[in-house]
Design a protein around this ligand. Structure first.
Ligand SMILES: NC(=O)c1ccc[n+]([C@@H]2O[C@H](COP(=O)([O-])OP(=O)(O)OC[C@H]3O[C@@H](n4cnc5c(N)ncnc54)[C@H](OP(=O)(O)O)[C@@H]3O)[C@@H](O)[C@H]2O)c1
Length: 314
């Protein structure tokens, strides 16, 4: 369902859960720039897995809206090492925040999931109605199942209580404040770091996992934040909304782009004994573009700005 009326008053007070993260910090910057009053709490002051504590906080603060960008997040390595935390932390955070928001009378809530909720072999580009139509990618199934539970929880609050709660499913994201820890990072910051260190150390080649042939989509997190602001203001549908740039490239092309941006002149060696993961993951973003959103940051420019910022902070 598409709505054109503004669903968020200009003076709205919005709690961004996970405001120090890649997504939460971008959403905080965007909503603040749009003139909303953003409310935040660090994990040190509020563990969102704790339902009682979270419920008390929300009842006390009574925000007009909540953006749920707090989650246990990581790449393949972290997902396969800590499957218990990936399913349990995420389920608990979602239960605490969504139920707590409803109990506190919060009118609008945006839940952030991920494109990994879709079946491993979903038809491409992946439409929102591919959800629950086939088996998931096994490496991140605990995480994906927690996120699917979150979507169904949101839909249940809509159906049972008429709550104006919605879900967005972003593609692979990158941007300022990305995680560059090779143990837990996603592919793009990991590539930046690997090429940067190889250049610094004068290494002749960089070895990367897989064949480089899987196709992936990447979106700058500031573009996602703009989409989140638009969805909060205008979308009130039962179905989740995909957020992606609508275009993909091979991991090999991505690696070459990162290598060029970093200025590394050595070779790339592909270790094809290592797994490739899902062959292709491109989201159909027509539901979002129909609402008037489009991405603004080309991949190469985005990578260059993230690299510059990371080096200035290192
Ligand atoms: N990054 C991507 O490529 C991507 C792609 C698609 C979807 N998403 C979705 O976007 C959302 C945010 O991801 P992200 O990349 O921004 O992750 P992130 O950078 O790891 O940020 C997650 C945030 O959640 C907070 N958090 C985690 N557990 C918490 C707890 N128990 N209590 C309070 N706060 C807690 C973290 O706090 P600390 O700072 O204290 O650790 C951090 O601020 C997730 O739902 C994810 O599925 C991300």
């Amino acid at each position: 369902m598409k709505a054109t009326r503004e669903l968020l008053p200009p003076s709205a007070r919005i709690f961004v859960a996970g405001h120090r993260g890649l997504v939460g910090s971008a959403v905080t910057r965007r909503l603040t720039a749009d003139g909303y009053q953003v409310i935040t709490r660090g994990r040190d002051g509020l563990d969102l897995r704790d339902a009682a504590e979270t419920g008390r906080f929300l009842a006390e603060v009574r925000p007009d809206a909540v953006v749920l960008a707090a989650a246990k997040v990581g790449g393949i390595m972290a997902n396969s090492t800590y499957p218990v935390q990936f399913i349990e932390d995420n389920l608990r955070i979602q239960l605490s925040v969504i139920a707590g928001a409803h109990a506190a009378g919060v009118g609008r809530l945006l839940f952030l999931g991920s494109s990994c909720i879709y079946p491993k072999l979903a038809p491409q580009p992946i439409r929102e109605d591919a959800l629950l139509t086939g088996p998931l990618e096994p490496t991140n199934e605990p995480y994906a199942l927690a996120k699917i539970a979150g979507i169904v929880q949101i839909q249940s609050y809509r159906r049972q209580y008429g709550a104006s709660y919605i879900s967005a499913m972003p593609t692979n994201l990158y941007g300022p404040g990305d995680n560059f820890d090779l143990e837990t990072s996603h592919v793009l910051p990991a590539l930046i770091r690997r090429f940067h260190e190889a250049k610094r150390d004068g290494r002749e080649s960089v070895e990367l996992w897989g064949t480089g042939s899987p196709r992936r989509e990447f979106l700058h997190v500031d573009d996602l934040a703009a989409a989140c602001a638009l969805l909060l203001r205008t979308y009130d549908g039962d179905e989740p909304v995909n957020v992606g740039c609508g275009d993909d490239l091979t991991i090999r092309e991505l690696a070459q782009t990162v290598r060029d941006v970093v200025g590394y002149e050595g070779a790339i060696a592909w270790d094809s004994t290592k797994p490739d993961g899902t062959p292709r993951k491109l989201l159909d973003v027509s539901r979002l573009t129909d609402l008037g959103w489009k991405p603004t940051i080309p991949l190469r420019d985005g990578i260059a700005s993230v690299y510059t910022q990371w080096r200035s902070e290192a």
